[in-house]
Design a protein around this ligand. Structure first.
Ligand code: APR
Length: 245
């Protein structure tokens, strides 16, 4: 039975700016596979064949087949108690920001308002040539869809070796620098520059709270670690907080 420490609740009671830095683990309880770990996607699929630009240019059909498979899973998924708790906390704290590595849109569907998507969004698409957005349902009846300029349309996610969307990264970085409490939820914290935001928040004096089913790269650098499922621990922290404000 996980005990939430009094000092964390006290810190929350004296805080206005809360940031949730999330990864694939927060969506695991919604039925969306994580990337690493035993059942991780990267144990079944090769990122070098599916999640980088050269692979897309070599075989756009294969890459789209995979993203359309993942889209179906995301569409069938529902936000879980962890996503919903973060959204609820917006009514209890002055400034709640989500900085996510996830492309699954579940934070938005849970009702979170202030979200920075560091690795893009699987619901979005754009032309590789003119960058025009195509966020409506795409027609694959005559193969990989093309833009009016002739360019291939690709999923709006960040692939390995690509830069993060600058506005999203700068927004996440600013949130990390202003955070009083910085939750790190369901991420292995091995992918940079995203994972670097944990140290940005720490260097700016934030209290770092890790929630993960197991130890990670950052466990030795945080103030509080809760090892268990995000969908169980986040609601518990919030309940404890509400009991004592
Ligand atoms: N609750 C909390 N943590 C969980 C849960 C859960 N229910 N289930 C799994 N986890 C943890 C795992 O222990 C692991 O540490 O979530 C983490 C998921 O890590 P990864 O699979 O590495 O996912 P993530 O950190 O989001 O990956 C970062 O890598 O593949 C790229 O672009 C992709 O955004 C992704 C980035």
């Amino acid at each position: 039975m996980i005990e939430i420490s009094d000092s964390l609740i006290d810190t929350l009671k004296n805080s206005e700016s809360i940031v949730f830095f999330t990864g694939a683990g927060i969506s695991a309880e919604s039925g969306i596979a994580t990337f690493r770990g035993k059942e991780g996607l990267w144990n079944k699929f090769k990122p070098e064949e599916l999640a980088n630009f050269d692979a897309f240019m070599r075989n756009p059909e294969l890459v789209w087949e995979w993203y359309n498979y993942r889209r179906r899973i995301v569409h069938e998924a529902k936000p879980n108690a962890a996503h919903l708790t973060i959204a609820k906390m917006q009514n209890h704290f002055k400034d709640v920001t989500v900085v996510t590595q996830n492309v699954d849109n579940l934070h938005r569907r849970a009702g979170s308002k202030k979200i920075f998507e560091l690795h893009g969004n699987i619901e979005k698409n754009y032309c590789i040539n003119c960058k025009k957005d195509f966020n409506e349902e795409l027609d694959f009846s005559s193969g990989v869809p093309k833009c009016d300029c002739g360019g291939l349309i690709r999923p709006g996610v960040v692939w390995f070796g690509e830069f993060l969307p600058e506005d999203q990264y700068l927004g996440g970085e600013k949130a990390a620098m202003n955070a009083e409490v910085f939750f790190v939820v369901g991420t292995s914290a091995v992918v940079y520059p995203a994972a670097g935001l944990v140290y940005t928040a720490k260097a700016s004096g934030a209290t770092i709270v890790e929630i993960n089913i197991e130890e990670t790269e950052i466990s030795s650098s945080v103030n509080y670690s809760y090892f268990g499922k995000a969908g169980e621990i986040l609601p518990k922290i919030f309940e404890e907080y509400k009991l004592r404000v």
